[in-house]
Design a protein around this ligand. Structure first.
Ligand SMILES: [Zn+2]
Length: 105
C-alpha cells in the first residue's frame, strides 16, 4: 500500500479541505519488563527460544498462524491550523510506505 506525502482532504478544525502532510506514527518500545509477566518472560529466555508461548512462533504452523499484515497508523497534519488528525482506516496492509509525488522532496 502506497500513500502520497501530501493529500488534500477535509480538516475538521478548519471545516474545509486543506493540504495535509501524511506521517506514520511510530510505535514505542517493544515490551516493558517491569510487569510480573514481563519479568518471567525475560527470565525464561526472552524472545528467543520460548517455544511459541505466549506468542506463537514466527514459523507458520497451520494451527498457530500469526498475522502477516497490520493496520498502518496514519496521521494527517493540517498545513493551515497545524493540527494532527488521526486517520481511522480499516485497511490492513502487509507493506506500507509514504511516497512523494513527482520525485521531489
Ligand atoms: Zn486545519
Amino acid at each position: 500500500m502506497k500513500i502520497p506525502k501530501e493529500v488534500k482532504r477535509y480538516c475538521p478544525h478548519c471545516k474545509k479541505h486543506t493540504l495535509q502532510r501524511v506521517t506514520q506514527h511510530k510505535t514505542g518500545a517493544l515490551r516493558s519488563t517491569t510487569t510480573k509477566g514481563g519479568r518471567r518472560h525475560e527470565r525464561r529466555g526472552g524472545i528467543h527460544g520460548y517455544g511459541g508461548f505466549p506468542r506463537p512462533k514466527i514459523e507458520n504452523s497451520s494451527r498457530h498462524r500469526i498475522k502477516t499484515s497490520k493496520r498502518p497508523d496514519i496521521r494527517f497534519e493540517c498545513k493551515e491550523c497545524k493540527k494532527k488528525n488521526v486517520y481511522k482506516n480499516s485497511v490492513r496492509a502487509k507493506k506500507f510506505e509514504i511516497v512523494s509525488i513527482g520525485g521531489k522532496e
